[in-house]
Write a new protein. Structure first.
Lengths: 334, 261
């Protein structure tokens, strides 16, 4: 663990062994030492703990196979966590292992796949879903009108699902998740594969919901997405929490401010192992070399020793931090 | 009690799952409603115009009546079995319908039980459709036969449970062939639909008594003819309900383990 690893500022509140106070928790989600090993022996999540304050947005970043989706699914009972004496989990005051229905009633979930009912139109998709929450017909109809308006799908109410674009389908799934005015919204890769306009729109909507006090849990592998909407990010790798903190702070503390990138293999082999000035860290081989430093002058010195145009210097971003935390090698699931 | 529960009641949850299937099925009412009316029509027209005149009557009815009142329940069986094998498998593996439903306040048990109730409803509807056709042929008295859709519901529920259990084992859709060709087709032949099981050799008669279609067919024929009532029908009723509940419980257990990892 690194020093910047976020510290759990407040302890979990236990009233009886294995239980939590029901009602209004200080945190929307409290998870302590959660583990998941699948039936085939694959350890998907190992010793993960985090607390999500009510009304904030937590973003889980990590490569495919890092355990993000498994972690989300454990929170609403779609995946059973390992039975261990030291594990604690509370979602809006309920334990997912025993109170699956209460949690799902208070949460909205946007799963990774758009599992919509293709047989019926947009409005009917929402109406069918409203029945799962037991909403009376009149209330359901006014809520659906509100949601179509909010997700900018008003004109599409009578459209067939198969005629919608990818972005519209995604917005419909989000509208569906908002049906019961959730206190907690779980978004599993909400914008994967969407164009920049739709992504911006979805981020706007999520920020709007956050302002209304909705707690948001997000998984993504877009650094930009985490940076845009998360108050706290957790970087996961191989089922473990690698880093946790405010994205801006993590960036400031977790990696040098500047990077020089060289994508010219010939230039790099000519450069060789060349001596580096103090405070410069080199990563990568000849095909994609990177030099990190707090001091842009030190990087400019290196650039001067390379053919012109072979290198460029830019501020570091979350992706650099992400790659530094999770490594560059591909895993089995990528 | 209801005030402390922060989510919908069991009845409301089952009703909502049933409603989901109702809405998606009735969206294409014309194409979905075509087979239950058309299939018995073709079968009875062919048999009635052709074969039936060579076959003497039995058990106090003409052969055509015997056959027609047998088809009432096989129709329920096939629709429920299809719904809860191919239909369920597609929702489970391809459309990921359950992932969406299970994100709402529903459990796997709610979803599967709601599915079986829907398949039962289809069973009732299909037996009603056959009843309408065969009463139009003048083979039964429609007004006297209105218990038939209730038997159709039970038949649908029974074969939904069996279908769900089969589905819980299946990982490749082609494996359903074993179920349809290996179990349902023989049952169609040997469970009293097209000839009485008393015509079977004694050893096979015992086998037929254990097969699930035998009992709904016996009840369905009496309900459709509105005659031939006897106390032993209670055993058929007990078998149908008992086996349906037992298999359903087992199927739900297995599907829970398959869906909630």
């Amino acid at each position: 663990m690194r020093p910047i690893d976020h510290i759990h500022a407040r302890p979990l509140i236990f009233t009886r062994p294995g239980g939590y106070v029901r009602g209004m928790p200080a945190y929307a989600i409290e998870v302590k030492k959660i583990y998941k090993t699948y039936a085939d022996g694959t350890p998907a999540v190992k010793d993960v703990s985090f607390d999500v304050p009510e009304g904030s947005c937590f973003g889980f970043l990590g490569p495919n196979g890092a355990g993000k989706t498994t972690l989300m699914k454990m929170l609403y009972g779609m995946v059973k966590r390992d039975k261990r004496g030291d594990t604690r989990a509370s979602v809006l005051g309920f334990d997912p292992a025993t109170d699956e229905l209460a949690i799902k009633h208070l949460c909205g979930v946007v799963p990774q796949d758009n599992n919509l009912d293709n047989e019926v139109d947009v409005g009917a998709n929402l109406y069918i879903y409203s029945k799962f929450y037991g909403l009376p017909a009149r209330e359901a109809r006014s809520r659906i009108a509100e949601l179509l308006d909010f997700m900018e799908l008003k004109e599409k109410s009578k459209a067939k699902v198969n005629d919608l674009s990818g972005g519209m389908k995604r917005r419909l799934v989000i509208a569906r998740a908002l049906m019961n005015r959730p206190r907690l919204l779980i978004l599993d890769e909400p914008t994967t594969g969407l164009d920049p306009q739709v992504r911006q729109l979805i981020w706007d909507k999520v920020r709007g919901l956050k302002r209304e006090g909705v707690t948001v849990l997000l998984t993504t592998h877009y650094m930009e997405e985490a940076y845009q909407i998360a108050d706290t990010i957790v970087i996961m790798d191989k089922g473990e929490r690698v880093l946790e903190g405010n994205p801006r702070k993590l960036l400031a503390e977790g990696i040098e401010s500047w990077v020089l990138e060289v994508l010219d293999e010939d230039a790099m082999s000519a450069f060789g192992e060349g001596p580096l000035s103090p405070g410069v860290r080199r990563e990568g081989g000849d095909s994609r070399a990177q030099f990190f430093s707090e001091h842009p002058e030190a990087l400019r010195e290196i650039a001067a020793r390379l053919p012109s145009g072979a290198a460029h210097i830019r501020p570091t971003n979350l992706e650099d931090l992400f790659l530094r935390s999770t490594g560059r090698q591909l895993n089995d699931e990528q | 009690m209801t005030s402390s529960r922060p989510y919908p009641s069991l009845a409301s949850r089952l009703g909502s799952v049933w409603y989901r299937h109702f809405r998606t099925y009735t969206k294409d009412l014309v194409s979905n409603g075509f087979p239950p009316f058309m299939e018995p029509l073709i079968f009875l027209a062919g048999m009635g115009l052709g074969m039936a005149q060579y076959i003497p009557g039995l058990a106090g009815m003409s052969y055509l009546q015997f056959l027609a009142t047998g088809l009432v329940m096989t129709s329920s069986m096939f629709t429920a079995a299809f719904e809860c094998t191919y239909g369920t498998f597609v929702r489970l593996e391809f459309d990921k319908t359950y992932d969406g439903m299970l994100a709402a306040p529903l459990t796997v048990r709610d979803v599967m039980l709601g599915e079986a109730l829907w398949a039962g409803t289809k069973g009732a509807f299909f037996s009603l459709a056959v009843l309408i056709i065969i009463s139009a042929f003048g083979l039964v008295n429609f007004a006297a036969a209105l218990l038939t859709p209730i038997v159709g519901f039970l038949t649908g529920f029974l074969f939904a449970a069996i279908g769900l259990l089969v589905t819980s084992f299946v990982t490749n859709m082609n494996h359903f062939n074993f179920f349809f060709t290996g179990l349902l087709s023989p049952m169609f032949m040997f469970c009293g639909t097209i000839f009485p099981i008393s015509n079977l050799p004694p050893s096979l008669r015992v086998v037929a008594e254990f097969l699930p279609l035998t009992h709904p067919v016996r009840m369905g024929r009496v309900a459709a003819m509105a005659s031939g009532w006897e106390a032993s029908l209670l055993l058929d009723l007990a078998y149908t309900i008992g086996v349906a509940v037992l298999i359903m419980a087992f199927a739900v257990k297995r599907l829970e383990r398959r869906i909630v990892k």
